[in-house]
Design a protein around this ligand. Structure first.
Ligand code: UT7
Length: 343
């Protein structure tokens, strides 16, 4: 028995926030941002929340891989922050209602920060293999712009919004092959009492609208993402490569067999360090990301890259693909699977 993964469907917000726009908000430059992160622009959602973006990603998935919401046995949403800064209810339950899923199915959110989508695929796979359910939806949906302080140049240049959704289904063919997931407690250090990548309640700057081509901001006291970028960079450089090696171990496949690696698009330097390390060990396939245009969309970054890689023919029917991610917590993980296009 196997588990096939179809998709993704995606939702990409229409509002583009460029490096030039950020230059008007904080003391930064296109040159600094591009050379240190590889990013030119990102999308932010001015009107849609996590729930609506997730629902739209499911609709997009339904248009690519026809299925009825009635068929779905479970919904798992990987996300960081709920709409309106709420901690509950689970938005997966609301999305279940929005798409017209059967009443009574389990629908829940999972928080693993940017590793969330990779972790949710693992949970979904395990539930199908255990015989609990036959078909489920896995989503990653993020509106990080809502907890980004646009007065903090250390963080605001990095993040963007978006959503992605996959269908996982019990099958006889080779689909998901192996998943790995891990954590290392981020206890922080001097000046970072609550961790190197966490949130802090303070007065920050929110983008609230865009009029005549200009972003409007307001000061608001709330929880904002805070980060010691250097510490996160070091952690990420270590676990990204290792997670890819770990997910291949014991599967009968080696790096030479991998067609496409889809790394979480956090920073081009992290991606390139992992790529270099993996190529040294035998990777011949493509390492694909689109962080230049979308920034770090957390749980949505792997699906946004996967959708584009499929459209561009980089991922083909039967391609051997690795998703790999890291995030706050700290967390890290990877999925190894054969891409399937049609049911
Ligand atoms: O999904 C997980 C989320 N997090 C990450 O993936 C973050 C991983 N870390 C990173 O991507 C990088 O650490 C950053 C891009 C955040 C920062 O790059 P860096 O090479 O580690 O720069 P830095 O923080 O060491 O800063 C170097 C200098 C500093 O100047 P001083 O203090 O040495 O004079 C910063 O103040 O660059 C300054 N700086 C900026 N300058 C212009 C920091 N941010 C900016 C900015 N524009 N946006």
């Amino acid at each position: 028995m196997g588990v096939t993964i179809y998709g993704p469907g995606v939702h990409i917000p229409e509002t583009v926030l460029t490096n030039a726009d950020l230059e008007k908000l904080v003391d930064t430059s296109d040159e600094w941002i591009f050379s240190r992160t590889g990013m030119r622009e990102r999308r932010i959602s001015l009107d849609k929340g996590v729930r609506e973006m997730g629902t739209l990603a499911v609709y997009d998935l339904m248009s690519r891989v026809p299925f009825s919401p009635e068929e779905i046995d479970e919904i798992i949403l990987a996300t960081n922050v709920h709409d309106g800064n709420r901690t509950f209810p689970a938005h997966a339950a609301l999305i279940a209602g929005d798409i017209g899923a059967r009443k009574g199915i389990p629908a829940y959110d999972q928080i693993l920060a940017c590793t969330g989508l990779v972790g949710a695929i693992r949970t979904g796979y395990n539930n199908i293999i255990a015989g609990v359910v036959d078909k489920l939806l896995v989503l990653g949906a993020e509106r990080i712009s809502k907890f980004t302080d646009y007065a903090d140049r250390h963080t605001c240049v990095l993040f963007g919004d978006g959503a992605g959704a996959y269908l996982l289904q019990r099958s006889e063919e080779e689909g998901v092959i192996k998943n790995v997931l891990g954590s290392e407690p981020d206890m922080g250090g001097k000046g970072w009492p609550n961790g190197y990548l966490t949130t802090e309640k303070r007065e920050g700057l929110q983008i609230v609208s865009k009029n005549n081509g200009e972003f409007q901001t307001e000061k608001r006291k709330k929880n904002y993402l805070i980060m010691d970028g250097g510490k996160v960079l070091k952690f990420a450089a270590r676990v990204m490569k290792q997670s890819v090696l770990d997910v291949l171990e014991g599967t009968g496949y080696s790096l030479e067999d991998v067609d496409v690696v889809l790394p979480h698009g956090a920073n081009i330097r992290i991606v390139n360090a992992a790529k270099k390390g993996l190529e040294k060990e035998g990777l011949k396939g493509v390492v694909f990301h689109n962080l230049e245009r979308y920034g770090n969309t957390s749980t949505a970054s792997v699906p946004l890259a996967a959708a584009e890689a499929k459209e561009r023919g980089i991922i083909k029917e039967g391609s051997l693909v690795v998703n790999v991610a890291f995030g706050a917590g700290f967390t890290y993980g990877a999925n190894l699977y054969r891409a399937r296009f049609s049911r």
